[in-house]
Design a protein around this ligand. Structure first.
Ligand code: PLP
Length: 433
């Protein structure tokens, strides 16, 4: 696969080069020069393939021979070790459960694929790599877990002390070995500032290779196409006109869905489902983009005021806003509506949605109220409800089963290093690490 910059369609790099660089020097984002199509026949026979088989085939089509098949098969098999099952709510509605990975959120797909890809790319070289991430939640734990135990790579997480939930903190501080959690006496913005300073500091980057592993890296994006194809494969004969409702923040998940569609996956419409942070919805409604400041909501992993992947979404449509508006329906919802959606899905189907999936559920309802035509609606359920146990009424809370891997984390020991929000201290820590 060749990728260009969203700011310069004339340049072109290979997939592995784009993974290595993270972002192009011009400040744009790496985006496919052309999205490869699925071969005829693949979609007809897809129902007979397992999720791992589908994942490998899609990776192979996307990368176009850049990595030998046998190696790619191993990378995909090592990364995607858990299912993305489709759970039916009724005849025309299903939930695509993306929380069966080690940290119970869909970010495990991208983080694990990227970790395996980087380990493969650096096999045989003796350089040391440091992945530095500022985190307030799901990304940090997914990245730490994904890189845990990978030789030659150390992970340093910075999180704001006392400002993450107990479950999040357990997830961030449970690992040892090549993972270190730095508990910063400050806010999330302080953590991000420290990471930025570290990347800009010549002395730090002279001694080691610093990598960000943030969600802008293409290696995190591509594996998110796999489960859209899996959802299609698991549908029945009577399902017609698929509509995917995608709980959205930084738009990585939606971008991956649009890539799958461009590859030939038959999708009638995507729904960009947002919480009160609705800049994307307003852009889709008006065609005018005005970034905002993030506000805090129940579905906090989607509290994004200036979605990083929007330039990629626009590039996929060649800048044609009308075509984008025809493909993606915008729907935002308030915390009040999120709570109502949780109660409704539980009351009607006995299904407990997490607050992010609940936004997707509500948005699908909105779409159906406007478009009376028949469709099969698939809601992407991006996290396990047990991660947000504090958000539920006692009646619903009682029916949430905390998965064993989360319980084990919460009972485990906390490993963290406390640091003040002072760059000099971080620099000294990195020099000794
Ligand atoms: C990150 C995240 C999202 C938002 O996904 P984007 O790809 O950034 O749009 C939604 N739900 C959960 C649980 C997340 O962790």
């Amino acid at each position: 696969m060749n990728l260009c910059s969203t700011m310069d369609r004339g340049m072109s790099v290979s997939f592995t080069e784009a993974v290595r660089r993270g972002i192009p020097a011009d400040g744009g984002l790496f985006t496919p020069v052309a999205v490869p199509g699925c071969p005829a026949g693949f979609l007809r026979s897809i129902g007979g393939l397992s999720f791992p088989e589908i994942s490998f085939e899609i990776a192979r089509i996307l990368l176009g021979g850049e990595i030998p098949d046998a190696d790619l098969r191993t990378i995909v098999a090592d990364a995607i070790t858990f299912d993305a099952p489709l759970c039916r709510l009724d005849d025309t509605t299903a939930v695509l459960e993306l929380f069966h990975g080690p940290t119970l959120a869909f970010k495990d797909f991208g983080a694990r694929f990227m970790a395996r890809m980087m380990a493969y790319m650096h096999r045989g070289d003796t350089d040391k790599y440091t992945v530095l991430v500022a985190t307030s939640g799901d990304t940090g734990s997914a990245v730490a877990n994904a890189f845990h135990g990978i030789a030659g790579v150390s992970v340093v997480l910075l999180y704001p002390s006392g400002r993450v939930s107990q479950i999040q903190e357990s997830q961030l501080t449970s690992l040892t070995g090549n993972v270190t959690a730095l508990e910063i006496d400050g806010t999330f913005d302080d953590c991000q500032r420290l990471v930025k300073q570290a990347f800009a500091d010549r002395e730090i980057s002279a001694g080691r290779n610093l990598t960000s592993a943030n969600s802008i890296n293409v290696a995190r994006l591509l594996p998110q196409t796999f489960y859209y194809f899996n959802a299609f494969a698991r549908l029945g004969e009577s399902d017609r006109g698929i509509v995917f409702s995608v709980p959205s923040g930084n738009l990585g998940n939606l971008t991956a869905g649009l890539i799958a569609w461009k590859m030939g996956l038959p999708v009638k419409r995507f729904i960009a489902a947002t919480n009160a942070n609705d800049v994307v919805c307003r852009f889709l409604q008006t065609g005018v983009y005005t970034p905002g400041r993030a506000v805090t909501t129940l579905s906090n992993a989607m509290d994004v005021g200036d979605p990083g992947n929007l330039p990629r979404v626009r590039a996929l449509f060649g800048g044609d806003t009308g075509a984008l508006q025809a493909a993606v329906y915008p729907a935002s919802c308030t915390d009040e509506e999120t709570r109502e959606a949780i109660a409704e899905a539980f009351g009607t189907y006995g299904y407990v949605l997490d607050p992010h999936g609940a936004v997707g559920y509500r948005a699908l309802g909105r779409y159906r109220a406007v478009h009376q035509d028949s469709c099969t609606g698939i809601i992407l359920e991006t996290a396990h409800p047990a991660k947000f146990i504090g958000a539920y009424d006692p009646a619903i809370r009682g029916s949430i089963t905390t998965p064993g891997r989360l319980r084990a984390l919460m009972e485990g020991e906390k490993h963290s290093v406390k640091l003040p929000a002072v760059f000099k201290e971080l620099k000294e820590f990195l020099a000794e690490a």
